[in-house]
Design a protein around this ligand. Structure first.
Ligand code: VG1
Ligand code: CO
Length: 543
């Protein structure tokens, strides 16, 4: 048993996207593929030598194999201690918290989030840095550059980690600590939320249905909602994490979590229905007969957060990704706190959170979280809603309606065109880019374009600049159309069209989103000609 240096040839495609490196499982199974990428990380982050590293995954196919490889490479690179969730499981936010709590110099998260799993599905790796946030754009680029030059990796040969046995083990000179994947996380949640009050809410007969979609949040939901908060066992469904997520698509939205949506809109819907994704960082919130869009959820939580124990001091600031609807902006204004607009991807919130400029942030893609972690957090969002319901005593629908009355309503939808040939997707982007200069001032239907641009972002903390973050057509406060290319897909190109319309008239607050957005869909057709340029008659998914 020794540390060996193995010579290897670089792969040229190890470029991370919006949230880590995501590829088909078969790509990761190529000889040395995983080892190469991991070694590139260790080469770019020398602080890991002699330090603690957190490892976990969403439980998908190949998770256990990848974790064994990661342990050998970590031992080969002089990591002092590894902390791993039992069974190789850690939700993304729980891993982020552990990195912070243990003062680790980083974390390896094996997940492709909501992408389908199994031998023919996707696999992925995210590297998070000290402090718990995702590697910055700069670091992921350095890792990519290193991977293209890589000639050898260092590995500890012999021995395996027993992922199922809690406690301390060693691998070569490295300590390995296998821990319960929920303990630390649930302790943190108890500091942030009023568990007594939520228990009371359940005792008074209120109901929850949480869909873990056979992914990582099952154990978290059972422990927290059922054991600690006293919700009946049947409040959590699809609770056992499976390697193929039960053949499903653990993406909590109106399409992939349809059974839950039907339940919420059915005769005996629970007071709160919610779901999370593969790695536990997304959330969907529904009440009886109502779906709360992620942008609304962010705004409504912002308006109520100071009523919850962990947030009594108030909010330092709010942030949303650029395509996320501007509902949070209205709340920030009312609270007289700053609102930051960042590019898509949680990594852009990290600096603001570290600098204490932010308390709450979110994305339209069903992501919400606070400064308790450096990742979005599905179970946290559900607890926040439970706590708001318990404190206000109001149903979800009433909270939403009062909110819209006070702040106005942002109707919102995202249209995804999946698996397009790259050139077709690029041509749509290019066609819109070509019009940006001439759009401002033009009257289109009921709207006038106030601005049209390509979004770029200067980080207010380190002044780094991210360009090429999506195309925007803005109609003042009234509406926006946004177009960008996804950075998480593993097949072809995915085009995302985001539509937002703002209404303050009282008679216009309770429309169906689809009806409210119909005029904007027409406008988008006129300006962007997606159907004509891609041959697609309709989006693949509307959320
Ligand atoms: C998507 C979402 C983005 C999210 C990212 C990772 O990225 O739009 O908001 O942060 O997924 O989420 P893209 O580039 O495909 O639009 V997760 O839960 O997949 O880690
Ligand atoms: Co996710």
């Amino acid at each position: 048993m020794a540390i060996r240096e193995i010579s290897t040839k670089p792969y040229l495609d190890q470029k991370s996207g919006t949230a880590g490196l995501r590829k088909k499982v078969a790509v990761f199974q190529q000889p040395h593929y995983l080892e190469n990428f991991l070694q590139s990380i260790f080469d770019c982050v020398p602080e890991l030598r002699g330090a603690t590293l957190v490892i976990g995954g969403d439980g998908r196919y190949y998770n256990r194999t990848a974790i064994q490889t990661a342990c050998s490479i970590a031992a080969g690179n002089g990591v002092a201690r590894i902390v791993i969730g039992q069974g190789g499981l850690l939700s993304t936010p729980a891993a982020s918290h552990l990195i912070r709590k243990r003062g680790a110099q980083g974390g390896l998260l094996f997940t492709a989030s909501h992408n389908p799993a199994g031998p023919d599905g996707d696999f992925g790796i995210k590297f998070n840095v000290a402090g718990g946030g995702q590697a910055s754009e700069g670091l992921t680029n350095r890792i990519y550059e290193a991977s293209k030059q890589l000639a050898r990796y260092r590995v500890h040969e012999g021995g395996q980690v027993d992922l199922d046995r809690r406690g301390l083990q060693t691998l070569g000179g490295m300590e390995v600590e296998v821990i319960d994947c929920v303990d630390d996380y649930s302790q943190l949640m108890q500091q942030l939320f009023d568990f007594d009050r939520i228990r009371d809410w359940f005792r008074r007969g209120h109901t929850l249905r949480f869909d873990a979609m056979h992914a990582v949040t099952g154990p978290y939901a059972e422990r927290i909602f059922v054991e600690q908060l006293g919700a009946p066992l049947l409040s959590v469904q699809n609770a056992s994490p499976l390697e193929d997520f039960g053949g499903g698509h653990p993406d909590p939205n109106l399409i992939y979590a349809k059974p839950l949506v039907d339940l919420a809109f059915g005769p005996n819907g629970p007071d709160l229905a919610a779901a999370s994704d593969g790695d536990g960082d997304r959330n969907m919130i529904l009440g009886k007969d109502i779906f709360i869009s992620p942008g609304d959820s962010l705004a409504m939580l912002a308006a109520h957060l100071h009523e919850l124990p962990g947030y009594r001091r108030g909010l330092a600031g709010l942030a949303r990704s650029m395509p996320t609807c501007r509902a949070a902006d209205k709340v920030a204004k009312a609270l007289a706190i700053p609102l930051y607009e960042t590019p898509t991807g949680w990594k852009f919130f990290a600096n603001l959170l570290d600098a204490g400029k932010l308390t709450l942030c979110g994305e339209e893609s069903f992501g919400t979280s606070s400064d308790h972690a450096r990742e979005k957090d599905g179970v946290w969002a559900v607890l926040a809603w439970l706590n708001v319901l318990a404190v206000t005593g109001l149903p979800v629908k009433e909270i939403a309606q009062r909110h819209w009355k006070r702040f106005g309503r942002h109707y919102y939808a995202r249209h995804d065109y999946d698996e397009l040939p790259g050139p077709a997707a690029d041509s749509v982007m290019q066609a819109l880019a070509n019009q940006l200069a001439e759009l401002p001032g033009r009257r289109l239907g009921d709207y006038t374009v106030s601005e049209a641009d390509e979004f770029s972002y200067r980080d207010p903390v380190d002044n780094s600049i991210a360009v090429n973050q999506g195309l925007r057509v803005i109609f003042g406060d009234d509406a926006r159309l946004i177009l960008r290319l996804s950075g998480t897909g593993t097949k072809g190109s995915t085009l995302r069209l985001y539509l937002e319309r703002y209404e303050t008239r009282e008679s216009a607050l309770n429309w169906e989103a689809r009806d409210a957005l119909a005029p904007l869909v027409n406008l988008a057709d006129r300006i962007m000609r997606i159907g004509e340029l891609t041959g697609r008659k309709a989006p693949s998914v509307i959320t």
